[in-house]
Design a protein around this ligand. Structure first.
Ligand code: GLY
Length: 372
């Protein structure tokens, strides 16, 4: 079994992302060297606990590590003050100290929540990410963005707090429902689109077998995605510049997520896929990329059975004007111009600071009218 290791180079806060099969079952061996005493606190959700917590407990026990665990309800609604306060107080009750290690075991919600709890507990304790979804493995577990949602919006309260280690177990992906796997795949495609045309070519050829379950192909895709993210994060940890490229597709996505009430109607990664297709369409209309590029993006997403257009979202949606207003809330609008991540070609994205809002409006109007 091969193990891929990606280093996130951040000076004294550098860490490794280890990617391979069977890593949950070997977690004790990987985590033991970080520990100053043989005790860890794990926070996970009910779904992941039912599937994998026994395996993690066994792996830790093999190294003589005592584990204590808290499970929270699954889903985005756990990523708020209530479960945050509960997690922090539970960690204090477990007497987790400055030199101890907390483990975030689950998808993006658990990773963001537990990362933030670790950032504030006793002014900061170390934590390990064991991401169990494709989205968390390729995006949210790497790069140190942690936080929670509030009534005012998503991810508005949080901290940059880098993990000490990330263990991405490819076998955990085998238990994901197909819809969740494909939603995570939206973020994988994003890496090819934003910065690696050869990776996008590879995905066009290999993604169907990967989605069908080929673990070696899955490992390659996770590894390449993490390599790209690690490179960007190490050059721009706090998103002063280049890290914004990771938001390709996200301006459209956030508006569509708000419009669908962050519900099961549209998962985050599905919104990212639709957003990427729209960002390429917008780039083409601005004369920045060829006509072929958006068609190729859409054709690939479609061939994977993914949501590709706004028309693929079931149920009512607000008007184009209302969607544009939701985007403008998200971003600074200066003189009717919006900030977007656009592309010159597949694999070559950039930050565009002055996208005319009337162009975005006409794109949305057409996208919505194709629903009727
Ligand atoms: N998910 C975007 C970032 O980590 O910057």
């Amino acid at each position: 079994m091969t193990l891929d290791v990606v280093n996130v180079a951040l000076g004294a806060r550098s860490y490794e992302v280890r990617i391979g099969r069977g890593l949950i079952a070997q977690a004790g061996k990987h985590i033991a060297p970080l520990l100053r005493r043989k005790k860890v606190a794990v926070i996970t959700d009910d779904t992941v606990a039912a599937r994998h917590l026994m395996d993690l407990a066994k792996a830790l026990e093999q190294e003589g590590i005592v584990m204590t665990a808290l499970t929270i309800p699954p889903g985005e609604s756990s990523k708020g003050w209530e479960q945050f306060a509960r997690s922090v107080e539970w960690l204090l009750e477990q007497k987790i100290e400055r030199r101890d290690v907390v483990i975030a075991f689950g998808g993006g919600v658990v990773g963001d929540l537990v990362g933030f709890a670790s950032a504030v507990l006793r002014r900061g304790v170390r934590f390990v990410q064991i991401p169990t979804t494709l989205l968390a493995q390729v995006d949210s577990s790497v790069g140190g963005k942690t936080g929670i949602n509030t009534a005012q919006g998503k991810n508005l309260v949080g901290a940059f707090h880098q993990p000490s280690l990330v263990l991405a177990d490819i076998d955990a992906l085998a238990t994901l429902p197909e819809r969740d796997f494909l939603a995570g795949y939206g973020e994988v495609v994003k890496y090819g689109l934003l910065g690696d045309a050869a990776f996008f070519d590879w995905l066009e050829t290999n993604a169907p077998a990967m989605a069908a379950g080929d673990a070696a192909l899955r490992q390659y895709a996770v590894n390449r995605s993490v390599e790209m993210k690690a490179g960007i994060v190490s050059r721009d940890e706090t998103e002063e510049g280049e890290r914004a490229l990771l938001n390709l597709g996200h301006t459209f996505c956030h508006a569509l997520e708000k419009a669908t009430g962050y519900s099961n109607r549209l998962l985050h990664g599905e919104g990212v896929a639709i957003g990427c297709a729209l960002a390429f369409e917008l780039s083409q209309r601005m004369g920045l990329c060829s006509q072929e590029a958006p068609s190729r993006v859409r054709a690939h997403l479609r061939s994977m059975g993914m949501k590709t257009d706004i028309a693929d979202i079931a149920g009512d949606l607000p008007s184009a004007e209302a969607l544009l207003a939701l985007m403008a809330q998200d971003k600074k609008v200066i003189d009717g111009k919006l900030r977007f991540i656009l592309a010159r070609s597949i694999g070559d994205a950039f930050v565009a600071d002055s996208v005319p809002s009337d162009l975005v409006l006409s794109l949305l109007t057409e996208a919505l009218s194709s629903r009727r």
